[in-house]
Design a protein around this ligand. Structure first.
Ligand code: SF4
Length: 353
């Protein structure tokens, strides 16, 4: 591959994205590197990494490179008589043309996205809204113009960052084509928010969530069952449900707490100042959270950490990205939790993150 071709094929891909974006084969476009907050006590994702905002020019170059590869794939597929389909020989011919692509960390993501119709995009890394509004709008417009097949663009955002933008700014970003925000709520309990160093209060979460909705975003809020351990589980369950009730987001997603080695909360577990619940105690907490929820959201258990099984040994709760529509399916979820409680679950040894 000549150096100019190598440049044209070069783009950067981050590591993390929500489960729903992986399952939908989203295109990962990296706007920033790592996390500007980087203090949450349960999180190990970017701990030793420095936060950086990438320039609009760099991001546009990445988008151009991805478009260049997709155009090449399409041309090869049509020439081989596959009508634009992503077949093995199409991909092999691209590799023959540019063997270096074999080692490109984002290439399989790009193939999958393209083969799936190029519909959804996730902007990386941990908090894209931290970008200047004008820059973010420029990137979104460029992305949408380059890939007209895109139907949905989503990203992670912190409640506090959402609150700091004016409603006009948020609306401009939404109008430019950012459809959905994934927010890490974790808990609605002020005491726990302090312990985990989330950098926001329950009221701050409500303000950020309500503002995102007012600006027209779809909103997906993640919370962490188990974060309060044996001591604070009741406050965690009820206060989280109350905050979610006040926001009433489109999606509520369960991402159960797991004490990751190397994190402050893992040290608390080791020191026995944080006592983890058994699987059935966690289900009891989940039951209280569900009972207290009064929302019209979709409640989802699409993270691998929702491991509970029923008596038959099957997954207790659906891992569907669209989850259970509340309030209609609230009783369905509560009945399933009762089944799980009767099944005497065991804590899994290995868990996907
Ligand atoms: S804001 Fe997100 S990525 Fe950053 S430290 Fe907290 S959980 Fe980790």
């Amino acid at each position: 591959m000549s150096s100019s071709t190598a440049e044209k094929y070069s783009f950067e891909t981050g590591v993390y994205r929500p489960p729903s974006e992986g399952g939908n084969f989203s295109l990962l476009v990296r706007l920033t590197r790592n996390c500007p907050w980087n203090r949450c006590g349960f999180c190990s994702m970017y701990k030793s990494e420095k936060f950086e905002v990438r320039s609009v020019a760099q991001i546009k170059q990445d988008i151009d490179a991805m478009a260049f590869i997709c155009n090449d794939l399409s041309e090869i597929s049509h020439r081989l008589g596959h009508g634009g389909q992503m077949t093995r020989d199409t991909v092999m011919e691209l590799f023959n043309k540019a063997p270096e692509l074999n080692y490109h960390q984002g290439l399989s993501m790009l193939f999958q996205w393209f083969a799936a119709g190029g519909k959804t995009v996730f902007l990386q890394d941990a908090n894209s809204l931290i970008m200047k509004t004008d820059d973010l709008v420029q990137v979104l417009q460029y992305l949408r113009k380059t890939f007209p097949s895109i139907e949905r663009v989503t990203t992670y955002a912190r409640s506090k960052t959402i609150s700091r933008k004016s409603l006009d700014e948020l609306t401009a970003i939404e109008q430019a084509g950012l459809n959905r925000l994934h927010v890490g709520l974790e808990t609605g309990d002020d005491g726990l928010l302090k312990i985990i160093k989330k950098g926001v209060t329950a009221q701050g979460h409500i303000k950020g969530g309500q503002k995102a909705l007012e600006a027209g975003f779809q909103l997906s809020e993640y919370w962490m069952p188990g974060l309060g351990g044996k001591k604070f589980w009741k406050d965690h369950a009820t206060n989280t449900a109350k905050v979610l009730n006040a926001i009433n987001p489109h999606y509520i997603r369960s991402r159960p707490f797991y004490a990751l080695p190397g994190t402050p909360l893992h040290e608390q577990v080791q020191a026995e100042t944080l006592e983890l619940q058994s699987p059935n105690e966690l289900l009891t907490e989940l039951k209280l959270t569900m009972q207290t929820l009064d929302v019209t959201s979709k409640v989802c258990f699409d993270h691998a950490g929702n491991y509970w099984k029923n008596r038959q040994g099957d997954l207790l709760l659906s891992h569907s990205y669209e989850g259970y529509q509340f309030p209609n399916e609230k009783q369905v979820v509560l009945d399933l939790i009762e089944q799980g409680l009767a099944a005497r679950n065991r804590r899994p040894i290995i868990r996907n993150l």
